[in-house]
Design a protein around this ligand. Structure first.
Ligand SMILES: [Zn+2]
Length: 207
């Protein structure tokens, strides 16, 4: 097993082989983690990029606006990229909201250098020599977003407990990208608006 810490406000990208798992541990229970996967098996979209995680297809295939245990994140080809095989938190991980980004922080009167999940996505890819020409929608682990009967999107406080975790299993060879959300203006990472670190435990690659 390989353990590492994803520092507060930062992102990372890791190659995972089919069958390999990663446990994403929320030490304080308050931290949202934006997640993406890129196909690392040669699958392409036909539009000049590798296949990548699609929240549209994920919601369509799962018939759910949330990701929960037993549900998979789909690529643009509607095939699973990874599956959530275990979850100690109350679940209902968000698939609706965009990753936080530069224009969002400009709207919140933050300086251009404020870190964002979108920026972390591209920084993480560049660190392993890759790039994407756009930012795909993210799976937002531990982020609590409800919908009212009238359709209003409700940004709620996190409900996970300290130490809660999810385990993700790669269903094919993928590049997993995670961002410890740097949102410190709104309380999506807890009422004190303090971004915190995340712990990761990667299983060994199966022979
Ligand atoms: Zn974010």
């Amino acid at each position: 097993m390989t353990k590492l810490t994803l520092e507060a406000r930062m992102g990372g990208a890791w190659r995972m082989k089919a069958g390999q798992t990663v446990r994403v541990i929320n030490p304080y229970g308050t931290q949202a983690v934006d997640a993406w996967a890129l196909a690392d098996d040669g699958a392409e979209t036909g539009h000049g990029t590798c296949d990548y995680s699609s929240m549209e297809h994920t919601r369509s295939v799962n018939s759910s606006i949330y990701l929960d245990t037993g549900l998979a994140v789909m690529g643009m080809d509607r095939r699973p990229l990874f599956t959530m095989i275990e979850d100690s938190s109350p679940g209902h991980h968000d698939t609706q909201l965009c990753p936080c980004n530069g224009p969002l922080y400009a709207d919140l009167d933050q300086p251009p250098e404020h870190r964002s999940c979108a920026g972390n996505f591209h920084d993480a890819l560049s660190q392993i020599g890759l790039s994407m020409p756009f930012t795909p929608a993210s799976l937002n682990l531990f982020m609590r977003v409800g919908v009212s009967p009238e359709g209003e999107i409700l940004r709620e406080l996190p409900v996970a407990s300290p130490g809660d975790h999810v385990t993700l299993r790669a269903d094919r060879d993928i590049i997993l990208v995670l961002s410890a959300c740097p949102q410190d203006v709104t309380p999506i990472n807890g009422p004190d608006c303090v971004p915190r670190e995340i712990e990761l435990e990667f299983s060994e690659v199966q022979p």
